[in-house]
Design a protein around this ligand. Structure first.
Ligand code: GLC
Ligand code: CA
Length: 560
């Protein structure tokens, strides 16, 4: 009998860990995974204080299983004063009492694993909270102290240090420096003043985060979403800069410095010490997209969010085709998997973005004074876009509520807004609260079933009742049932593992084959013809005229 050799053993001698990983990459779970983002404070509230929590997530795991997701990504639930909704971490190893306890986390993880769902957690290494013990110590310690060396403290300019050390601006508006009381030093914060940037040239910072990784890996997490992965290392001169965006992305001496990659290589080695397939996904806003592939080289992370796809402007076949082609080619060049993203907790929800007169534009929030999206058109396009997106090879991220077709809250009053972006720009940037509104579970219940009572940390718009889970469950043609069908068929036809072959279609149409499925989407304003003899497996809208694909509609077809 011939021994069965595994593909790994069959590799020629002298192969590196990296090439082994490459050989395995074709099989690893994340290559075609559907990863569902949970924003814990807005998902489900178990104890009725108006803020979603970990027991709330655990109570809905069966819903997620039924939806058909492979993994969850949990936005931060760590101890935090919540100055940036938890992206300001005061203790990287503790659960904030708002969200529950470490035991609640362990239970969530255990039950998710029991259902075959992986769990990845958010890691926020660029900055801590100013309430982190390290920063508290730094504030009390003199300039030049070891305590200050873990952050980026610098002497101010001007006679008494009354001016900031350089001209850097915060992403959330205003200057990126705040002064330490009582001396001439300032500390850098690329985000809010309550989010001081850590100094990644300091070995203690590196060691600490390696230990934090192990803390969560030891508990059994399947991976990490790395927040602001392009920001950890700054040009050490901290030079003044011209503040500008290229392709919608901030560029400058604080972003995408080559030095970050060494950090991720070290983390990769740690993840590799653990059994199972642990992964990392980069939140890296970089341009051009070719730079993004550096983060997903074989010995670094496994995935990076595809923001070029997320930020695409317009509703045009050619633009989608270009970004799809570029994304597939670039990730193939580094043997990595492509990701597809259409919504997250930082941008206006897709049904609202695509209902604007300039579809797909991503204003930093929408308020009552701005253009209101066309709700029906936006939803129709978002559903068609989902059929396109979920038929693409690779892995896709869903943002909680996306499966309900949930729109942005576009008339949220200023008095409720909590996003530091809104606060620091005094409302000039409306901010992200509108995509973070608690989910509707039951149309007729107080807080729409978000919690047991009527409390909800942001008010839900009246329209959300129509989108409630209980209004959609079992209702043919509802967005929830559409997503369930899509995810099931995607799995049955192994679309995530497939290959895309474009098929010539008319202007305003995109058509491709992936395995035995043909996907067709109509970006135009007129109905188009469906290929003769094909059978419709799934359509984003009911097809009223046989043989016709209406505008803003997509279908999955099988051959004659
Ligand atoms: C990331 C998060 C965002 C947060 C920022 C600062 O961009 O996605 O929500 O505000 O980092 O941590
Ligand atoms: Ca709660």
């Amino acid at each position: 009998m011939t021994a069965v050799t595994s593909p790994l053993e069959a590799l020629p001698g002298g192969t590196s860990a990296a090439s082994l990983q490459a050989a395995e990459a074709g099989r690893a779970w994340w290559t075609d995974a559907i990863i569902y983002q949970i924003y814990p404070r807005s998902f489900a509230d178990a104890n009725g204080d108006g803020i979603g929590d970990l027991p709330g997530v655990t109570s809905r795991l069966r819903y997620l299983k039924r939806l058909g997701v492979d993994a969850l990504w949990l936005s931060p639930f760590y101890k935090s004063p919540q100055a940036d909704a938890g992206y300001d971490v005061a203790d990287y190893r503790a659960v904030d009492p708002l969200f529950g306890t470490l035991e609640d986390f362990d239970r969530l993880l255990h039950e998710a694993h029991g259902l075959g769902i992986k769990v990845i957690v958010d890691l926020v290494p660029n900055h801590s909270s100013d309430e982190h013990a390290w920063f508290q110590a730094a504030f009390k310690s003199p300039p030049g102290s070891a305590e200050r060396a873990r952050y980026l403290f610098r002497d101010g300019c001007g006679e008494d240090g009354e001016l900031p050390p350089n001209n850097w601006q915060s992403v959330f508006g205003g200057q990126a420096w705040s002064r330490a009381p009582g001396d001439r030093q300032w500390y850098l914060h690329l985000f809010d003043g309550k989010q001081p940037d850590l100094n990644w040239d300091n070995p203690q910072v590196r060691a600490e985060f390696e230990d934090v990784l192990r803390f969560w890996l030891d508990r059994g997490v399947d991976g990490f979403r790395v927040d602001v992965a392009h920001g950890l290392v700054k040009d050490s001169e901290l030079p003044d800069t011209e503040h500008r965006k290229e392709n919608g992305v901030l560029v400058g001496p604080m972003w995408d410095q080559d030095g970050v990659h060494e950090i991720y290589r070290a983390w990769r080695r740690i993840l590799d010490e653990y059994p199972g397939e642990r992964m990392m996904v980069a939140e890296a806003w970089v341009t051009p997209q070719e730079r993004l592939t550096h983060y997903i080289r074989l010995d670094e992370m496994q995935q990076a969010f595809n923001f070029d796809y997320l930020l695409l402007e317009g509703w045009e076949a050619a633009a989608f085709r270009n970004v799809i082609d570029a994304s597939l080619a670039l990730s193939a060049a580094v043997d990595a998997t492509t990701t597809w993203v259409t919504s997250n907790h930082d941008v206006v929800r897709a049904p609202s973005r695509y209902g604007l007169s300039r579809p797909g534009t991503h204003p930093k929030g929408i308020d009552a004074a701005g253009e209101q999206p066309d709700e029906a058109l936006g939803l129709r396009r978002a559903r068609a876009l989902a059929l396109l997106t979920l038929a693409l090879p690779g892995s896709a991220y869903l943002y909680q509520g996306e499966e309900l077709g949930l729109p942005e809250h576009t008339t949220l009053e200023a008095r409720y807004r909590q996003d530091p972006m809104f606060i620091r720009t005094r409302g000039a940037d409306i901010g992200r609260d509108g995509c973070r509104v608690p989910l509707p579970w039951k149309a007729d219940a107080p807080s729409l079933g978000f919690g047991p009572g009527d409390r909800s940390w942001l008010p839900q718009p009246v329209a959300y009742a129509r989108y409630a889970v209980d209004r959609q469950e079992g209702v043919a043609g509802s967005t929830l049932e559409l997503y369930r069908q899509m995810l099931q068929l995607r799995r049955e036809h192994a679309l995530g593992k497939g290959r895309l072959c474009w098929v010539d279609a008319g202007r305003d149409l995109l058509a491709f084959d992936n395995g035995d499925i043909r996907v067709l989407i109509n970006f135009g304003t007129e109905a188009a013809e469906l290929p003769a003899g094909s059978q419709v497996l799934l359509s984003s809208e009911p097809l009223k005229e046989p043989g016709e694909l209406p505008a803003n509609t997509a279908v999955w077809l099988t051959g004659p």
